[in-house]
Design a protein around this ligand. Structure first.
Ligand SMILES: *[C@@H]1O[C@H](CO)[C@@H](O)[C@H](O)[C@H]1NC(C)=O
Ligand SMILES: *[C@@H]1O[C@H](CO)[C@@H](O)[C@H](O)[C@H]1NC(C)=O
Ligand SMILES: *[C@@H]1O[C@H](CO)[C@@H](O)[C@H](O)[C@H]1NC(C)=O
Ligand SMILES: *[C@@H]1O[C@H](CO)[C@@H](O)[C@H](O)[C@H]1NC(C)=O
Length: 955
């Protein structure tokens, strides 16, 4: 994840820098030779010097020009060729600009087709400007001969796929003013001492060049007295020096040391004397210690960006002097102070310049100061007295330029001051994930005309907005999760026709979902409306061309699914826990991008559409349709679902054979739940190849055949949590899988999160018609935690070495035709908290052992007349007496338990399950009860993370 972030950040930084240094570039390229004395030739319009034309053509020939960018390089007058510029007076080529302006696509650039750039370029003796950036030099090295272009002022070789070490001959370019080698991560530099030869250099960008072995970099750049911009981002630097005896960098305005490996205290650094600095980028390094007092000396400073460092503590009081401050980014720094203390320390003299304040996740406490936003500008509003509390500190200007304020994920409390509504330039306001309380009314938003991003989520805020209120803003992204927007559906949303992301989940809305909502969200790509009491039906026709993720789960929606659904980009659809009836419309088959679909807990009937086999299903990762009334056969489009991880069709009325292609067509299945349907056929082939499967529940169907030894192929279940499973998962899967899942176990609806690190390994084949023996190979599945084969017609003995399944917590083999003795290895199962062997034909002595003794439950052996020993009160000393005692015991126990056991088998099963559930290992119990919390936590953690990323991209 670091790489894209880094690129985005870098792109932003370099955009600023490019903007700043257009002037440098221009001065370099428009250099006028008036000062030189060799003007002999009269201006020859429309001609170029033949030797230079030849040099250019030779140079051109060393490239493969796929996009025809040098198409114009023909004819006599090379001065008219694209990218070439000659001096009007002398006719010499002075400028060669071959930058590939399509920076995103290298294929539009030139590709070097020889082993080195053509040396003919050095024949352009008068060249002042050379830009070869964003072309592809095919991992060749930067040639030494570039060092002989002694007239060069401007050299840009950035992002050009060069490789190797940087030639020190560049130090001969004594007129150079601008040198850009950014995005050259395959270039390394051992020694920068040649920089000494570039006394006029004012711009130097070496970002991503590997400087890790240049320990003297500070002294090397200090030899550049003209330097204005120094960018050394992502250079692998880890050392710095605390002072310089004499600093040459008296003109430096921009210093970018981001994304390096420094871990020393930030305060001990050579650059704190550089009072000319306007931009100091220090983020994403591991700087330690407090935020240095020395910031106070840098009165020209415009940006303080310190996120991604290990700094801690409040900003120093010395910052009062920074009257040019425009941007303060302390995201993720442990400020550990009250927000008012922090704001007191901000330079008041710069308040009308401050544009951006990012204090996300900065450990801030307390209430927002009531003077925030300077109430004066709200004076035209009729404000009731109690809102104007607190006084504006002296000398405070308006924060009139503030357009970005992020205070999210802190511990801020209290009401949102009404003055927040005075930030008329605010485009992005993030107050999410704090403990704000109270009511927000129309006047809080009074002048926020430019607001595009608003996050109030995870606070105890109530939005009390009049039904007829027309907001001054048009949001693009609005996050209100867990605020109180109800009970009516917020009618002001009607005006938010620019919305692309909206989260109003869990916002106490008890109303019908209005039809206009779908018009308003026409351009949206994420909608989260879950956990309200939204009623009504979905429209019959729904067209959302951009929609990617839609969550309407956990509401009271009724009616049918839209028969006409145009959401071609939909990837995630959550409609679970509603009251939607009718059939699943055939238009589902048009949702080719679907990855996650959860329709569980509705009242859907009819068949799952048999979407035409070769078009639909390729992108599925998760399908959950449990607890509906679906009928018909196993959906055939799943033959396309080659990436499917999770399939739950349980508690429906599906019938027909379990298809024979499950393993072949869905080889990555991790969870397969077909429980409580009417499937028949047999399963043996399926087990052959599903080597990622760790949760198999086909209970309560009519599946027959034997449990073949192929069960050994369930490789995933051979590992325990710590040793094996992680490797099966890739991180991109986690993004999707956390979003949904519940699973059922035994007869109760018990739920799990489907997380890569917390896989539950379970096989439940109970209440089917399986026959034959329990294969010995089952004992290879050493990770197995729960095994239920009850209610079948399994015969033979219990495998002797069942005790190998050390992680087993639940074992149910009841209601089969098993014979023989209970293997003594059963007592090795130290985690076992749930055992049922009742109603078989087992005989002999019940093995003893600590765990079995603690279970000590009569019912787990009942219905096996041949068993003896504890906990049965029969002893096994002689077979004869044994039998008699057992019978007596049975008679006796009938007195007390008859009702439970004989008349209501179902009830016994129920009891049994409760009993097991209570006894289950603590971690499991917690998993059951926290299921919903975890799911929603995870969704919103992700939402928060992606929000953070998006904010950063957005700006
Ligand atoms: C040189 O030629 C360019 C392009 O034709 C023109 O824009 C520029 O003004 C000329 N400069 C001088 C000094 O003649
Ligand atoms: C790039 O270099 C490789 C190896 O040196 C060579 O095989 C390949 O043809 C070159 N690519 C082009 C476009 O010339
Ligand atoms: C300052 O720059 C000049 C010119 O490059 C150089 O000679 C001198 O050594 C530099 N001073 C220091 C302390 O590096
Ligand atoms: C800094 O990097 C160099 C070169 O990679 C390495 O030898 C040195 O141990 C590193 N020092 C620290 C403090 O990490």
């Amino acid at each position: 994840m670091i790489a894209p972030t880094l690129l985005t950040q870098r792109a932003t930084a370099s955009a600023i820098l490019v903007f700043l240094f257009v002037s440098v570039a221009q001065s370099a390229s428009s250099f006028h030779p008036a000062s030189t004395t060799t003007v002999t030739r009269p201006a020859v319009s429309g001609s170029c010097i033949p030797s230079e034309r030849k040099a250019l053509l030779t140079f051109k020939d060393s490239f493969w020009d796929r996009a025809g960018r040098l198409y114009s390089w023909r004819g006599e007058d090379c001065c008219r060729w694209k990218g070439v510029r000659c001096d009007n007076t002398t006719g010499h080529v002075v400028r060669l600009d071959l930058r590939n302006t399509d920076e995103d696509d290298w294929s539009n650039g030139l590709i070097l087709s020889t082993s080195e750039m053509s040396p003919s370029i050095v024949d352009l003796h008068h060249l002042r400007y050379l830009d070869l950036s964003y072309n592809d030099f095919n991992f060749t090295s930067i040639p030494d001969f570039l060092g002989s272009l002694s007239n060069l002022r401007y050299l840009n070789l950035s992002a050009a796929n060069f490789w190797g070490t940087l030639p020190s001959q560049l130090g001969n370019l004594s007129n150079l003013q601008y040198l850009d080698l950014a995005y050259s991560e395959l270039i390394s530099v051992r020694d920068l001492s040649w920089l000494m030869g570039l006394p006029f250099l004012s711009y130097l960008d070496l970002s991503t060049v590997d400087l890790s072995s240049e320990r003297n970099w500070v002294h090397a750049v200090n030899k550049l007295p003209s330097l204005q911009v120094l960018v050394l981002s992502s250079c692998g630097l880890n050392n710095t020096v605390s002072t310089l005896s004499h600093s040459n960098l008296t003109h430096l305005e921009v210093l970018d040391l981001t994304f390096n490996l420094f871990s020393s205290p930030l305060a001990h650094n050579w650059f704190w004397d550089l009072t000319t600095l306007k931009k100091l980028f220090l983020y994403d390094c591991a700087w330690s210690g407090p935020i240095p007092d020395a910031f106070g000396n840098m009165s020209a400073l415009e940006s303080i960006v310190l996120h991604g460092t290990d700094l801690s503590g409040n900003i120093p009081t010395t910052m009062k002097n920074l009257c040019n401050l425009q941007e303060l980014d302390l995201y993720d720094i442990n400020i550990n102070s009250s927000i008012s203390e922090l704001m007191e320390r901000l330079p008041k003299c710069s308040w009308n310049k401050l544009r951006k304040m990012d204090l996300h996740c900065a450990n801030l406490t307390g209430e927002l100061p009531t003077w925030i936003g300077h109430l004066a500008s709200l004076s035209y509003l009729d404000l009731s007295e109690n809102m104007i509390v607190g006084s504006v500190p002296d000398g405070t200007g308006n924060l009139t330029n503030l357009n970005y304020l992020d205070l999210s994920q802190n511990s801020l409390v209290g009401h949102i001051p009404v003055g927040i509504g005075a930030f008329g330039n605010l485009t992005s306001l993030n107050l999410g994930q704090n403990s704000f309380s109270g009511v927000l009314a129309e006047y809080h938003f009074a002048t926020l005309e430019r607001l595009e991003f608003l996050d109030l989520s995870s606070n105890s805020l109530k939005l009390d907005l009049h039904e007829a209120w027309i907001p001054p803003f048009k949001l693009k992204k609005g996050y209100f999760e867990s605020c109180d927007l109800g009970p009516q559906f917020p009618s002001w949303l009607r005006w938010q026709t620019d919305i692309v992301v909206l989260d109003i989940s869990n916002t106490s809305i008890k109303d019908d979902l209005p039809g206009w909502f779908w018009t308003v969200s026409y351009n949206a790509y994420e909608l989260y409306l879950s956990s309200n009491q939204l009623g009504g039906a979905l429209p019959e026709k729904l067209e959302l061309p951009s929609m990617q993720a839609m969550d309407l789960s956990d509401n009271y929606l009724s009616g049918k699914l839209p028969a006409n659904l145009t959401v071609p980009n939909l990837m995630t659809l959550h409609l679970h826990h509603n009251q939607i009836g009718g059939t699943i419309p055939a238009c589902l088959c048009q949702l080719r991008s679907l990855r996650v679909i959860n329709l569980s807990y509705n009242q859907l009937t009819g068949e799952i559409p048999q979407c035409s086999v070769d078009q639909f299903g390729f992108s599925f990762l998760v399908i959950d349709m449990k607890n509906n009334n679906l009928s018909g056969e196993f959906p055939s489009f799943l033959q396309n679902a080659g990436w499917l991880l999770f399939l739950d069709l349980s508690y429906n009325k599906l019938s027909g054979n379990v298809p024979t292609w499950i393993a072949q067509r869905m080889p990555y299945l991790e969870v397969l739940i077909l429980r409580s349907n009417m499937f028949c056929g047999n399963l043996s082939n399926q087990l052959n190849k599903l080597d990622q499967l760790h949760f198999l529940d086909v209970a309560h169907n009519n599946i027959s055949g034997s449990i073949y030894s192929s069960i050994r192929s369930l490789t995933a279940m051979k590992y325990s949590h710590t040793s094996g499973l992680e490797y099966l998962h890739t991180s991109w899967l986690d993004d999707y899988t956390g979003a949904s899942i519940s699973m059922s176990i035994k007869d109760q609806e018990l739920n799990y999160t489907f997380q890569s690190t917390n896989n539950i390994m379970l096989i439940d084949m109970s209440y089917n018609s399986f026959t034959g023996p329990i294969p010995r190979e089952l004992t290879l599945l050493k990770g197995l935690q729960s095994l239920n084969l009850s209610g079948n017609q399994l015969s033979g003995t219990i495998p002797n070495d069942i005790g190998i399944l050390r992680r087993l917590e639940s074992l149910d083999l009841s209601y089969n035709d098993l014979v023989g003795e209970i293997p003594s290895s059963l007592s090795d199962l130290t985690f076992l908290s749930c055992l049922n062997l009742s109603y078989n034909n087992l005989s002999g002595r019940i093995p003893s052992g600590q765990q079995l003794q603690t279970l000590n439950n009569l019912y787990m052996y009942i219905g096996n007349p041949g068993l003896c020993g504890l906990p049965l009160s029969t002893n096994c000393s002689t077979n004869r007496t044994n039998k008699i005692v057992q019978n007596e015991h049975d008679d006796a126990s009938h007195d007390t338990t008859y009702l439970y056991i004989s008349t209501s088998a179902g009830f016994v099963v129920g009891l049994w399950i409760v009993f097991c559930t209570i006894l289950f290992k603590k971690s499991w119990r917690i998993a059951y009860f926290q299921f919903f919390d975890q799911i929603y936590d995870k969704i919103y953690v992700q939402a928060a993370v992606s929000k953070a990323v998006l904010i950063r991209k957005f700006l």
